[in-house]
Design a protein around this ligand. Structure first.
Ligand SMILES: [Zn+2]
Length: 237
């Protein structure tokens, strides 16, 4: 899960903080800041990318939307339909999860062949628990079901992207050129799934640094000079 920086509340032409009257009005600015990617599964998507509320705007039992959450820029991320519906409406205790806007989620979660997501092996028991909570909350462990109407293509898409990234890695081994390196970054931005590309090219600091740079809003303070994840300042990990 790519760690992101949402930035401060957008301002209007007079430099005044924009007061959102509808959370959907934040979508364009969120995409401008963080790219057109789901904040959780990293899918690149267009019309199905929604403004996501970290703390749900209308948790169970609430009669009306909680305005302080519904319209609060700091409570917004972007999520695809699948992540949005998996995460649902449940109130979340923030410290029980790792969040892409405040933690170095790319340090906590590792991706492996086929696009599988699991807790990083160096985590202690408590950190592992938080990582597992995060995976379950967003459904990053969901396997495609047998139901032909199952619309959850997240794992299939990660697997396909893993294969494409692996083919690019072979191309690069056969012919290490500026053209192929540039093509890898363009393909990564086009297909999405930043973490897959970061994993497949984990031994190539040039590609890692370019991926960090190329995806809008990637939290650069989560990485050292050779593109390896480090603890996020003020984050849980
Ligand atoms: Zn998603």
């Amino acid at each position: 899960m790519r760690p992101v920086t949402r930035g401060s509340t957008p301002v209007d032409g007079d430099g005044e903080e924009i007061v959102f009257t509808n959370y959907s009005h934040a979508r364009r600015e969120l995409i401008a800041r963080m790219g057109q990617y789901c904040s959780y599964c990293e899918m690149k998507t267009d019309s199905s990318l929604h403004v996501e509320h970290i703390q749900p705007k209308k948790p169970p039992g609430a009669v009306e939307n909680i305005v302080a959450r519904e319209l609060n820029w700091q409570n917004f991320l972007l999520a695809c339909t699948n992540c949005n519906s998996t995460k649902g409406n449940t109130n979340v205790n923030l410290v029980e999860y790792y969040w892409p806007d405040s933690d170095n989620t790319s340090r906590a979660l590792v991706y492996s062949e086929g696009g599988l997501v699991s807790p990083a092996s160096f985590l202690n028991a408590r950190q592992k628990e938080i990582a597992v909570n995060t995976i379950k909350l967003t459904g990053l462990d969901k396997q495609p079901g047998n139901d032909p109407t199952d619309s959850d293509r997240r794992l299939r898409n990660r697997r396909e992207t893993w294969d494409i990234a692996t083919e690019f890695e072979i191309d690069l081994t056969l012919n290490d050129s500026a053209t192929i390196r540039g093509g890898i970054i363009r393909a990564a931005k086009g297909y999405g799934y930043w973490s897959i590309w970061m994993t497949v090219f984990q031994d190539d600091s040039d590609i890692l640094n370019r991926l960090i740079e190329a995806f809008p809003g990637t939290a650069s303070d989560c990485f050292n000079g050779v593109g390896k994840p480090v603890a996020r300042p003020l984050g849980q990990i």
